[in-house]
Design a protein around this ligand. Structure first.
Ligand SMILES: Cc1cc2nc3c(=O)[nH]c(=O)nc-3n(C[C@H](O)[C@H](O)[C@H](O)COP(=O)(O)O)c2cc1C
Length: 196
């Protein structure tokens, strides 16, 4: 029997497939919208947590997520910016694993663009508890009252960029698992296919 879900043999085609999956992953509830993001703690131990993929830029091989500026992951990134991410799509039986270098965006336009794309609920989570907003506060949505605070990202809002260095796709849809590995060197991606 043939497995219709199998990816093409050509790694170049698979890389395009991965880029599409990551672009699609920026949509809420899409496969790979939630990724596990791993950092290295001060003591050299791994630390992992779930994040929401907010943007993927294929041309630059960069992904973005938002976080609290005071979170543990942010201080870990200051001492070691080597990171890894992984996600699994049960519908296609595929895992995507990424590694790269994280940096915190200081670009105010980029920060504002991401801030403006967040839901009111998520924006509110970055505001001081005593700001007096409710999740369903119509004024927030309509531009009245507290709009000024919602149109400028607060200090607690951090936009993290991960510049990808390696990308892997593991296809476990068949008995024989197939893995595709890609590396970026001098701005060019190269890859291969392996089985186990
Ligand atoms: C479904 C889900 C989505 C999450 N998305 C994010 C996110 O986009 N950014 C973030 O900083 N934390 C997110 N979290 C919370 C993190 O997993 C983590 O608990 C939190 O950021 C604290 O991590 P840290 O102490 O290692 O920094 C999410 C948690 C869940 C369950």
């Amino acid at each position: 029997m043939t497995n219709d879900k199998r990816l093409p043999d050509d790694p170049e085609q698979v890389l395009l497939h991965i880029w599409s999956a990551l672009e699609g992953g920026t949509k809420s509830h899409a496969p790979f919208n939630l990724l596990q993001f791993a950092t290295v703690a001060y003591n050299g131990k791994p630390s992992v947590r779930t994040i929401v993929l907010r943007q993927f830029t294929r041309r630059l091989g960069e992904l973005f997520f938002v976080t609290d500026a005071g979170s543990a992951k942010m201080s870990q990134l200051r001492s070691n910016n080597h990171v890894s991410l992984v996600g699994y799509d049960p519908a296609t039986w595929t895992q995507i694993r990424l590694s790269g270098l994280a940096s915190v965006s200081q670009d105010e336009d980029e920060r504002l663009a991401q801030w403006n794309m967040l839901s009111t609920r998520t924006r509110r989570s970055f505001l001081p508890r005593d700001a007096g907003f409710r999740v369903d506060d119509q004024a927030c949505e309509e531009g009245a009252g507290p709009q000024i605070q919602l149109s400028v990202p607060p200090a607690a809002f951090a936009l993290v960029k991960v510049t990808l260095v390696t990308v892997e796709l593991l296809d476990v849809s068949d008995e024989e698992h197939v893995q595709y590995n890609f590396n970026r060197a001098d701005g060019t991606w190269s890859g291969n296919r392996s089985r186990d």
